[in-house]
Design a binder for this molecule. Structure first.
Ligand SMILES: C[S@@+](CC[C@H](N)C(=O)[O-])C[C@H]1O[C@@H](n2cnc3c(N)ncnc32)[C@H](O)[C@@H]1O
Ligand code: SF4
Ligand code: SF4
Length: 430
């Protein structure tokens, strides 16, 4: 019997020098004090565990009962069984695709300087025959979302109505710049909408600087009017703010202002660091976001409801479940674009080399893509102790020159070194 290889020991960086032990096989989590940890670390390095006294015996018994100590072969078998079960589940789910996100067009009426789709060329609008093909291949679609470019341009109304006519009872969501909410309200009222995400980057003055029309005209007032009408009609709105050190205070000021209005009590918020921020800047911003999240009267930041598994467990109490992949964990994300390409990652949309294949004119998926990349296809992950809680990291952040089946340890290591100690501290003090 040995300390399992899949034990993840995380320094919580608190004054007691506590560690978080996570059992990478069964998802058990324990806070371990310095005294116990030193004994366990010695056992970890030794060829054989030798128990010296009653205290050590009690630790040993605890570790055995929580499967931190196991027979090496049993550990291997347990991990293999979990992987096979997850694979089976994911194969089963993929036979019955129920989600579809339509990238209506890559065209946009805004010119946000930071837009991660800036390099994507303008495009036609997705065609009716492309929409038909998606429904033909996936007859059980129940969740539909609209994305772009800008999905709610006036010129997109006909195709949006066509999609709705194919699935009038589906649940709908959208990510939009919100400029034409008023012009689309009749359509919104005719369907079941679970969320419309609209970006407001701070106060009127700040927002109008970063999110203006292509011709430079301001957009704030028209968007806010549209949001108010949606809220009046009980259409759920999530306000997104893209933050950086420069606009953080301004965005928090605007969040507070909106929260104090009648309509603002009924919106959700998602404040997220700009993707261009360096990791250390992003970590600092997360620290401020966690502080704001824990302030009295502050509406929850939805981005903090969607952390990586161990942080999510500590911050939100979400059950720790093993994963084969870091994102698109169920393997069910599908973004269908107006060129006939299909993606499974929202950040990859428009970059053809990152597509998982084509859906139009004929469905043909690549053998090697973000979809088939997981801890069983990435060589280095196969024997990594973190694999069932890491999932291989974000493939979109790999360099274009790298093999798509390369690991990206950054997300997991950043979580261990920064996010987990941060959210642990926040939870201990709340
Ligand atoms: C690319 S936009 C497309 C949909 C629509 N045009 C819109 O603006 O919502 C999708 C989402 O990404 C966000 N976004 C764009 N560029 C970003 C960046 N560099 N960092 C963080 N979020 C970004 C937008 O605010 C929006 O919520
Ligand atoms: S509105 Fe959306 S797609 Fe258009 S430039 Fe801004 S972030 Fe990009
Ligand atoms: S990406 Fe790195 S940390 Fe994650 S499972 Fe693979 S090798 Fe381990």
């Amino acid at each position: 019997m040995k300390i399992i290889k899949n034990l993840i020991a995380i320094d919580l960086k608190d004054e007691n020098e506590d560690y978080l032990f996570v059992n990478g096989i069964n998802g058990m989590v324990d806070i371990v004090h310095k005294k116990e940890r030193e004994i366990i670390e010695n056992w970890r390095c030794a060829d054989e565990i030798i128990i010296k006294d009653e205290f050590e015996q009690s630790i040993y018994d605890y570790l055995v009962s929580h499967q931190y100590i196991m027979d090496i072969d049993d550990e291997q078998t347990a991990k293999q069984n979990i992987i096979e079960k997850l694979k089976h589940l994911s194969d089963e789910r993929s036979q019955n695709q129920r989600k579809a996100c339509f990238v209506i067009t890559y065209n946009c009426n805004f010119a946000c300087p930071y837009c991660y789709e800036k390099e994507v060329e303008t495009s036609p609008v997705i065609s009716k025959s492309m929409v038909d093909k998606v429904f033909l291949d996936n007859p059980n679609i129940e969740y539909i979302s609209f994305f772009g470019g800008e999905p709610f341009l006036n010129s997109n109304r006909d195709i949006i109505k066509y999609i709705i006519s194919k699935a009038p009872d589906a649940k709908y969501s959208a990510i939009t710049n919100g400029y034409y909410l008023l012009e689309y309200i009749d359509i919104f009222k005719s369907i079941d909408i679970t969320s419309i995400q609209v970006t407001i980057d701070g106060t009127r003055e700040a927002h109008n600087k970063s999110r203006c029309l292509i011709n430079g005209s301001p957009t704030y007032d028209k968007i806010i009017d549209g949001i108010k009408i949606c809220v009046e009609n009980k259409i759920p709105i999530k306000i997104r703010m893209n933050i950086s050190p420069e606009n953080l205070a301004n965005c928090l000021e605007e969040k507070k202002r909106i929260e104090s209005t009648d309509w603002g009590k009924n919106v959700q918020f998602e404040l997220q660091p700009l993707f261009q921020c360096s990791s250390s800047t992003s970590n600092d911003l997360y620290e401020s976001l966690v502080d704001n999240d824990n302030e009295d009267g502050s509406t929850e930041n939805q981005i903090l409801k969607n952390l990586s598994p161990i942080s999510d467990f500590l911050y939100n109490g979400t059950k720790l479940v093993p994963v084969l992949k870091t994102c698109d964990r169920d393997g069910l994300n599908r973004f269908y674009d107006p060129y006939g390409n299909v993606y499974n990652c929202i950040l990859a949309v428009g970059q053809k080399h990152k597509s998982i294949g084509q859906y139009y004119p004929e469905l043909s998926l690549k053998e090697k893509s973000f979809l088939t990349r997981d801890i069983t296809t990435i060589e280095k992950c196969k024997n990594c102790a973190n694999s069932l809680l890491c999932g291989g990291g974000c493939p979109n952040a790999l360099y274009d020159t790298e093999d798509v089946f390369s690991p990206n340890c950054f997300n997991f290591l950043n979580d261990v070194n920064n996010t987990i100690p941060l959210v642990y501290k926040a939870r201990m003090s709340s």
